[in-house]
Design a protein around this ligand. Structure first.
Ligand code: OVM
Length: 402
C-alpha cells in the first residue's frame, strides 16, 4: 500500500482486525472504530479503514473516486501483478458496463424465475432427509450441499468435482481481498489446482447448453462481450456465487437456531423467510471487508486521501452501525426492515448474482420454516476463520418436525 503515514488527524489503531480473536468476534473492535470517527488509521497495514454505514455507502456509490480496477484487495493492481486475470469485479467503466449488462441479463429476477421449481424439488428432498436424521451439521449437510447442487446445475457445470474444487477455490479467491498473511497463504495452498478446474469449466464446450454459463456465451455470440470476457463472467459466477451463498445459509440457520423466538415467528409465517434472510445478511455479513483504490487526490469526510492509495471498508461493521440501525443494531430481529444493508455491496458493483442467491435461500428457508417446528444447537458451533468471509465450519443442529 502506498501510504505509510496517516493523513493528519486520523486516530491511529494498532489493532489487527485479522487476528483469530478479532475474526471470531469482530464487533467490539468495529464498535471502537466507528466511535473513533469516520475513519481510523490501521497502523499495521498502513491504510485508512472505514467502518460506519454512511461512509461505506458513500464510498461504494462514488465509483469514480473509489475505483475497483486497481483491485479490491490490499494490492494495487496498477502497480503489482494480480494472481489471475482481472474480471468484472476488478474493472471500472467503460470496461465494466457491457460485462455487467451481460451478467444482469442472465441473472435477472425474471431470468431465474424458471429455476424455482427445480430448487424446490431439491429443497424438499433435503428437508425430508434432515427431519429423518433429527440431528445434522448445518454446514456440510445443509449450507454447502444445497448451493453445490442447485447453483452448480443452474450454471451448467459437471456435478463431479464441485465440492473439492469450488469450496477451496472460493476460500482462496476471497483471501485475495484481505492481507497477504499466513492465513491467506494457507487458503492459497489448499486451493492449488482449483483455479485450473474452474477455468476449464468456464469454457463454452464444458457448459450444459441450457445453463446460465451457456447464456453468457450467447452474449459473446451476439457481440455484446468478447470471448475472454465470457469466460471471466462464468468464472465470476463460480468464484463469487457459491461460498457467499454457503456462508449466508449457514449464518442464517445459526442466527435462527440461536434465537428460538425468531424461529417460532418464522415457523408461524414462512413468508417471512425473505426478511429473516436479509436480517441475517445484515447481522452476520458473509463478505465482511474489501478495499477500493483512490483515483485522485481528495478529501473525504475530512480525511485527505492520495491518488493511488487504498481504503479499507468494513461492511460487516456498517451493517451493525447504530446510526443506521438504531439501538437494536446488535440484535437479530426478523421483523426489522434490514433493506439497504451493505452485505451485497452498493453502487455499480453491487452483487449482480443477488437474484439467484436470494432465490436459493428463499426456497430453502421457506421449506424449512413450514416443516420444522424448532431448531436448536446440538453442540458447539465451530467458526470458520477467514480474512474476508464470515461464517461457520460446523454447526451441530437438532430439529423437530412440525
Ligand atoms: C471473479 C469475481 C467476480 C465477482 C466477485 C468475485 C467477490 C470474484 O471475477 O472471479 O468475488
Amino acid at each position: 500500500m502506498s501510504q505509510t503515514t496517516p493523513p493528519q488527524a486520523l486516530p491511529v489503531f494498532t489493532d489487527d482486525p485479522y487476528t483469530d480473536g478479532n475474526l471470531a468476534d469482530p464487533y467490539p473492535l468495529f464498535d471502537r472504530m466507528r466511535a473513533a470517527g469516520p475513519a481510523v488509521w490501521l497502523e499495521k497495514y498502513g491504510v485508512p479503514a472505514f467502518a460506519g454505514f454512511a461512509e461505506c455507502r458513500e464510498i461504494l456509490e462514488d465509483y469514480r473516486t473509489f475505483i475497483s480496477g486497481a483491485g479490491v484487495g490490499p494490492k494495487n493492481l496498477h502497480k503489482e501483478p494480480a494472481w489471475r486475470p482481472q474480471g468484472i469485479l476488478e474493472s471500472d467503466p467503460p470496461v465494466h458496463g457491457p460485462m455487467r449488462a451481460a451478467m444482469a441479463g442472465v441473472i435477472s429476477p425474471r431470468g431465474v424465475r424458471s429455476l424455482r421449481a427445480g430448487f424446490e424439488v431439491f429443497a424438499k428432498e433435503l428437508v425430508d432427509r434432515l427431519i429423518e436424521q433429527g440431528t445434522f451439521d448445518g454446514v456440510t449437510e445443509l449450507a454447502e450441499l444445497f448451493p453445490l447442487r442447485v447453483f452448480g446445475d443452474a450454471v451448467g457445470i459437471p456435478r463431479e468435482g464441485r465440492e473439492e474444487n469450488l469450496l477451496p477455490h472460493g476460500a482462496m479467491n476471497f483471501s485475495a481481498f484481505g492481507p497477504d498473511d499466513e492465513r491467506s497463504r494457507s487458503f492459497f495452498e489448499k486451493g492449488a489446482g482449483t483455479h485450473e478446474w474452474v477455468m476449464a469449466n468456464c469454457a463454452r464446450e464444458s457448459l450444459a447448453p441450457d445453463g446460465m454459463g451457456a447464456q453468457i456465451w450467447a452474449a459473446a455470440d451476439r457481440g455484446e462481450i468478447t470471448a475472454d470476457q465470457a469466460a471471466l463472467l462464468v468464472r465470476a459466477m463460480l468464484s463469487a456465487g457459491l461460498d457467499t451463498t454457503v456462508f449466508s445459509i449457514g449464518n442464517t440457520v445459526q442466527a435462527l437456531a440461536a434465537h428460538p423466538e425468531q424461529w417460532a415467528a418464522l415457523h408461524a409465517n414462512p413468508r417471512l423467510a425473505k426478511f429473516a434472510i436479509d436480517e441475517a445478511l445484515r447481522f452476520e455479513s458473509p463478505f465482511q471487508s474489501f478495499f477500493r483504490t483512490v483515483s485522485t487526490d481528495t478529501v473525504f469526510c475530512g480525511v485527505p486521501l492520495a491518488a493511488g492509495s487504498k481504503v479499507l471498508l468494513f461492511v460487516g461493521s456498517a451493517n451493525r452501525d447504530a446510526r443506521q440501525w438504531g439501538d437494536t443494531a446488535d440484535e437479530f430481529r426478523i421483523d426489522r426492515n434490514a433493506g439497504g444493508h451493505l452485505a451485497f455491496g452498493m453502487g455499480i458493483h453491487q452483487c449482480v448474482g443477488q437474484p439467484i442467491s436470494r432465490l436459493e435461500m428463499d426456497v430453502l428457508f421457506t421449506e424449512m420454516a413450514a416443516r420444522i417446528r424448532s431448531i436448536e444447537p446440538a453442540g458447539d458451533p465451530v467458526p470458520y476463520l477467514h480474512n474476508t468471509l464470515r461464517g461457520w465450519r460446523s454447526l451441530p443442529l437438532k430439529i423437530t418436525a412440525a
